[in-house]
Design a protein around this ligand. Structure first.
Ligand code: DC
Length: 213
């Protein structure tokens, strides 16, 4: 079974998806981390981020890997913490926008998603990567709440700059952020993580029960 969790930055995707995967005993795949790792590598190699084809080749030649503890590596380097810096936040939509990059990522995400039960989080999982996912969730929250949540994870940047970054990133990501028509939408602004996880877990159990009937 595939559980697709999409939504904008700060909507709670990572926290919810991780906890949900743990409760269900499913694997967890963070597709944003893949775009972040590629952005890190392109910047490290000083490649122009506006050129799609070379970035697609870079992605193909350097698959992102996750170990069992969820650590992220690319080209032999553990980039788990460096990909969460605000300089990556700012550049990742520039890289993620190229069709050549998305084609490589989509293929790899499908491969990784094929192996048994998995919770996959991203922006286009329910629409493009796994349109047949048995459970599709679209998480959202109001922009002030999303900026506040991001702030606690980004000690390297001030609140105003972060809110601006988040708005710019939303605008740039917007084309890929359309909820799948069959996604269950959850506004997490007023909800505790645990409540969101429990609600999705119920949906998963319902689907599992229906498929066994
Ligand atoms: O969820 P995140 O903040 O780690 O995502 C990082 C960036 O990658 C985000 O700006 C949008 C992009 N992204 C994407 O285009 N498609 C995905 N499936 C996941 C992330």
């Amino acid at each position: 079974m595939i559980v697709a969790i999409d939504g904008p930055a700060g909507a709670g995707k990572s926290t919810v998806a991780r906890q949900l995967a743990e409760r269900l005993g499913f694997r967890y795949l963070d597709t944003g981390a893949m775009y972040r790792a590629l952005t890190w590598l392109a910047m490290q190699r000083s490649l122009p981020l506006g050129d799609g084809e070379p970035l697609g080749e870079l992605a193909r030649a350097n698959p992102v890997t996750f170990d069992d503890a969820g650590r992220v590596s690319i080209a032999g380097t553990d980039v788990t913490s460096s990909i969460r810096e605000s300089r990556i936040d700012r550049q990742v939509p520039v890289v993620a926008r190229h069709p050549a990059v998305r084609a490589v990522m989509r293929e790899r995400q499908r491969e990784l998603g094929q192996q048994g039960n998995v919770v996959i989080e991203g922006r286009d999982i329910g629409t493009v990567v796994a349109p047949d996912a048995e459970v599709k969730i679209y998480l959202n929250a109001d922009s002030a709440t999303r900026a506040r949540r991001r702030q606690s994870e980004r000690p390297d940047i001030g609140g105003d700059a972060l809110a601006t970054d988040l708005r710019l990133r939303d605008e740039s990501d917007a084309v890929r952020m359309q909820p799948a028509p069959d996604a269950e939408r959850i506004d997490t602004t007023e909800l505790e993580v645990d409540d969101v996880v429990t609600r999705i877990e119920q949906l998963v159990q319902e689907r599992l029960a229906a498929s066994q009937r």
